[in-house]
Design a protein around this ligand. Structure first.
Ligand SMILES: C[S@@+](CC[C@H](N)C(=O)[O-])C[C@H]1O[C@@H](n2cnc3c(N)ncnc32)[C@H](O)[C@@H]1O
Length: 384
């Protein structure tokens, strides 16, 4: 390659091949035709999550979307594939050019505006597919023009990185948190995608905050305004409407105050999905489930439960959580592989595991949790 192309071209091509290979886990076969930057690939929404979001837009009869921070276009591609007209902005001109190429895989035609130059790319989506436009530029200066029509949905997935990689600090958002919250005050329908660790206290009043999990990983919280939820509103309490969406089950749940009494551990333990916990929707998990202690997100039931909202474990033993007793239990049961789960307890599971000196042919799962009787270690076995 170095003989045929300039060293820069050869290096860029090799880079692209290695990025495509790494992107296969996220984008499967589609990755072989997509264009990636390193950051663009890492920050891209998972296709299943982007597809769910696009579906929610079309379910609410949205026709046109402005994606203000499109990255390499993973979200925009799913919107386009569902027939939405998409207009994208992206600060980095190389990423913008790649987004245009990626959109051309699903659109009928893509227009790329880059530094005053216009390029038209014929899309592989066919004549019936939607059209897309990508503008290389700063969203903060473009939003008024691009979203002038108040029917246009404004979507933003701001960059969340500092110099060392992904950041959870709201101060590292780009564009800024002030810009993002300013969008929620526009007359347009709005959807803001943020990291799932967003502190609840800064969530603006009146929005729907929807935590999303995919295959058990909590991947984002979306702040929605003007695009009513597809699920029943329920009896949500608080300043904002708190919901969760679980993929691949495609289930919506609403958070509301749970005043069920706490209970000592019964025969089974339910570990709710992380999005359900963050949305405070524990009461939706099962009508018979009771929390083990106030503000502890482990529930107990007397019969095994099969639900996409939680993982069910059989409670085999309830142990005193003192380290001496636990070490003796690990030794007596010849436990060599020990999984330690914990919630609302200030313990480092990795350090505790080392101190318990697991050795032997057996394996076990311990759940350290507060209960009505104090701190306990539950020996559990996953069922189903
Ligand atoms: C989290 S990524 C978007 C990923 C995208 N949703 C996807 O699924 O591929 C955020 C993008 O916003 C871009 N960005 C940051 N500040 C911007 C600004 N002021 N205007 C436009 N784009 C911006 C970054 O360059 C980055 O590519």
């Amino acid at each position: 390659m170095r003989k045929q192309f300039s060293p820069d071209m050869a290096a860029a091509a090799l880079d692209q091949v290695s990025l495509r290979r790494r992107a296969h886990r996220k984008f499967a076969e589609r990755s072989e035709k997509m264009w990636f930057t390193h950051d663009g690939m890492e920050q891209a929404s998972r296709p299943a999550v982007a597809a769910w979001r696009a579906r929610r837009f079309t379910d609410q009869r949205v026709r046109r979307v402005v994606d203000l921070c499109c990255g390499i276009g993973a979200d925009a591609m799913e919107m386009c594939a569902r027939g939405l007209e998409v207009v994208c902005a992206e600060l980095d001109p190389v990423t913008a050019a790649f987004a245009a190429r990626n959109l051309a895989l699903v659109a009928s035609r893509v227009e790329l505006l880059n530094g005053g130059q216009q390029q038209v790319i014929e899309g592989a989506g066919g004549a019936g597919a939607a059209m897309a436009r990508v503008v290389a530029g700063d969203a903060t200066g473009l939003v008024d023009e691009l979203a002038a029509d108040s029917q246009t949905l404004v979507f933003i997935d701001p960059a969340r990185r500092d110099g060392r990689g992904r950041s959870w600090n709201i101060k590292d958002l780009c564009p800024s948190w002030d810009f993002v919250t300013g969008l929620l005050a526009r007359p347009n329908p709005v959807c803001v995608k943020l990291g799932p660790g967003l502190p609840r206290e800064i969530i603006p009043d009146g929005v729907e905050a929807c935590w999303v999990s995919d295959a058990g990983d909590v991947v984002e919280v979306g702040l929605w305004r003007g695009v009513s939820a597809t699920h029943t509103p329920g009896t949500a309490a608080g300043r904002f409407h708190s919901t969760a969406h679980l993929l691949p089950a495609d289930i919506d749940v609403t958070g509301f105050d749970d005043d069920r009494p706490v209970s000592a551990p019964g025969s089974f333990l339910l570990e709710p999905d992380g999005a359900v916990i963050r949305a405070r929707a524990l009461a939706a998990v099962h009508p018979d489930a009771r929390p083990l202690a106030p503000s502890v997100a482990y529930l107990t039931v007397d019969e095994p439960v099969t639900t996409p909202l939680a993982v069910c474990y059989e409670i085999c033993e309830v142990l005193d959580a003192g380290e001496k007793q636990l070490r003796a239990w690990v030794r007596d049961n010849r436990i060599g592989i020990l999984e330690i789960k914990k919630r609302a307890v200030d313990i480092d599971p990795a350090q505790l595991r080392r101190r318990l000196r697991p050795k032997g042919p057996n394996h076990a799962t311990l759940v350290l949790t507060r209960t009505v009787d104090g701190l306990r270690a539950l020996v559990v076995r996953r069922i189903g």
